[in-house]
Write a protein that binds this ligand. Sequence first.
Ligand SMILES: *[C@@H]1O[C@H](CO)[C@@H](O)[C@H](O)[C@H]1NC(C)=O
Ligand SMILES: *[C@@H]1O[C@H](CO)[C@@H](O)[C@H](O)[C@H]1NC(C)=O
Ligand SMILES: *[C@@H]1O[C@H](CO)[C@@H](O)[C@H](O)[C@H]1NC(C)=O
Ligand SMILES: *[C@@H]1O[C@H](CO)[C@@H](O)[C@H](O)[C@H]1NC(C)=O
Ligand SMILES: *[C@@H]1O[C@H](CO)[C@@H](O)[C@H](O)[C@H]1NC(C)=O
Ligand SMILES: *[C@@H]1O[C@H](CO)[C@@H](O)[C@H](O)[C@H]1NC(C)=O
Length: 217
Amino acid sequence: MNLLLILTIVTTVYGIISQRTEFQCSYWEDRHLNLHANCSKRNFTSIPVVLSGIVSLDLSGNQIKVVHNKTFLNLSNLWELNLSFNRIEWLEIGAFLGLESLEILILRKNSLAYNSRHFSKSVFQPLKFLTYLDISLQRGGFEELNATWFSKYVISDLPNLQSIEIDISRDNVFREGFLSLSKLKKVKAGFCVMDANEKTFSNIPHVDQIDITDCVI
Ligand SMILES: *[C@@H]1O[C@H](CO)[C@@H](O)[C@H](O)[C@H]1NC(C)=O
Ligand SMILES: *[C@@H]1O[C@H](CO)[C@@H](O)[C@H](O)[C@H]1NC(C)=O
Ligand SMILES: *[C@@H]1O[C@H](CO)[C@@H](O)[C@H](O)[C@H]1NC(C)=O
Ligand SMILES: *[C@@H]1O[C@H](CO)[C@@H](O)[C@H](O)[C@H]1NC(C)=O
Ligand SMILES: *[C@@H]1O[C@H](CO)[C@@H](O)[C@H](O)[C@H]1NC(C)=O
Ligand SMILES: *[C@@H]1O[C@H](CO)[C@@H](O)[C@H](O)[C@H]1NC(C)=O
């Protein structure tokens, strides 16, 4: 696509969106002519409609509470999605449908907890190419953990995951579902309280970098 055409599309869509939402996203193009959307810090309470060709989408620093099903259905080129610093407390079933190219998902600093009230079953299933996931620093973190359920029905669906940032509690988040993540090499702890014993990491045998510098042991 040439620049003029893209600019025309951007301006047109920008115009359409601006009639509907108060604070629009802005778009920028990198040197490979890939289109990126910046929707950060716009006070969005729900996820806005964006251009479908984008490769990255920054929705950080808004007031989004729920990610509804099929929200990202048309974003098949997206490889990075930043939802950090929102108030997300529920990932609906099918929330990430269509994100078949996504490699980086950032859910840092939201109101989630690792149980079925916050993560619907198989919500990560469409994310076959995800390599990096940050679900750390959750405000809901002290709520009841459902570690076996979470590992079995949420985390185990990410066959390409290489690196994760996650809160760690004494109840051992790394349950048997983590055994499916055969490419997982790197773990970084967010909020973290743990008992140091060798069983804690027995379900993540391929991990060679564990950053627990912020842990209370
Ligand atoms: C995205 O928009 C926010 C708010 O206007 C701004 O602070 C930030 O610098 C922008 N990010 C980029 C990469 O341009
Ligand atoms: C978002 O809301 C805050 C507080 O009401 C306000 O100070 C800020 O200017 C708003 N940001 C935008 C982009 O409108
Ligand atoms: C995601 O957004 C946060 C807040 O704006 C920012 O600090 C962080 O660098 C972003 N992460 C990535 C990988 O772009
Ligand atoms: C999908 O989302 C719509 C609203 O966007 C909602 O009405 C519907 O109940 C949701 N379906 C499921 C299965 O959660
Ligand atoms: C996705 O694209 C189709 C057709 O291109 C359109 O009808 C639909 O509204 C779009 N969905 C979203 C969530 O943007
Ligand atoms: C824990 O997981 C079970 C299914 O294994 C589910 O029935 C229950 O509601 C979950 N509890 C919480 C607090 O999420």
